[in-house]
Ligand binder design. Sequence first.
Ligand code: 4AD
Ligand code: MG
Length: 430
Amino acid sequence: MRVRIAELPQWVDQTVTVSGWVWHWRSSGRIAFAEVRDGTGVVQCVVRAAAGPRDAGELRLPLETAVTVQGRVRRDARAPGGVELEVASLEVVGASDSSYPLQPKSHGIDFLLDWRHLWVRSPRQAAILRLRAEVVRAIRGFLDGAGFVAVDPPILTPSAAEGTTTLFAVDYFGQPAYLSQSGQLYLEALAMALGRVYAFGPTFRAERSKTRRHLTEFWMVEPEMAFCRFEENLAWQERLITAVVEHVLSHCASELAQLGRDLTRLEQVRPPFPRLTYDEAIRLLEAQGFAIAWGEDLGAREEQALASLSDRPLFLTHFPTAQKAFYMQPDPERPEVVLAADLLAPEGYGEIIGGSERIADLPLLRRRMMETGLDPEAEAYRWYLDLRRWGSVPHSGFGLGLERTVAWLGGLEHVREASAFPRMLYRLRP
Ligand code: 4AD
Ligand code: MG
């Protein structure tokens, strides 16, 4: 019976077959201990000379040899997973040799990233990728269950959605086109057709930022809701994050353990999430000695200082209109600020969600486009303005960055580990 390693505890005292790769090999005398991994977990396999294909003391299997072993599952309280395998037979499926580059010693990050195609085999990296898959499942499960329709906006676009400075241009049969920075503008059209929609896919930013939070290609989930104002938008974000944290706590125990994550920090994530307006934030930062004036952008240090005030995610709201994207609804009572919010994750992970109420009024939208340097007459935006011509309604939405969310939930130092093959300022390979 072929069994995956995670299922071995159900097979105690029975004979099973396990296929995987040698992750560690240690032999002493006539007995060898192989740690075999198969993507679901790691199991220690005890290979005795009599049982092995040769004398176990001589038998050396280089790291990453692919093997199929057959043996009895034994309970062993000291072993990870509580079981080990007493091997009766061992077959080499794919040989390896000592040139395998990722030997058990500490390697620098650039070296590991150069060998990312092999680095993903390490149990830590596999745990991160499994955690990411569960986060995706939790997000989709929540939104599908709440009646959102999953839609797929285009990736090749004729215009900017989030500012013109971070566009990746491509040659579209002789015309300029850009990789999508956000599906939002298209989602607004689809929300008018379907009510509540969401997109979940790759987005691209030609960010010249070399920080632990920036990728040039990342995945974003973007819900967009018709007949939804600012307050309700925040309530959706709070419910989504709460559902994702609950899902991860109940489905990712072994991944979080592998990552050494402090679960008490995640267990604290309960609604309501505290809120701070930009005005309040500036006052708090000034009181803490930050040299920042009203109207200025909050940098990573400022965000960190604010987020450290709370052990839950924190909404920062009502940013200066002049700082923000053209489509954000100015506060009718105070047009110098917008009905927008960023959600800052605790523990210094920074902004994981950006969202806002959108401008529904055509003249106001045209004015904001001109103020931000966009031409409202441009052909590329005509369809977007059409949404305000026929049956325009209050609507809101937000975008949650997947890699930043996974980095926060998994307690990772850098978003690059949350992506299977991260794309960054200085990295396009492998
Ligand atoms: O705040 P952003 O730029 O918002 C938008 O794009 C909106 N159009 C979304 C919407 O309302 N539908 O990006 C949203 C989120 C950020 O909060 C962050 O989590 C993530 O996307 N993000 C990045 N993640 C990794 N690397 C980058 N360079 C990122 N830029 C944004
Ligand atoms: Mg943002």
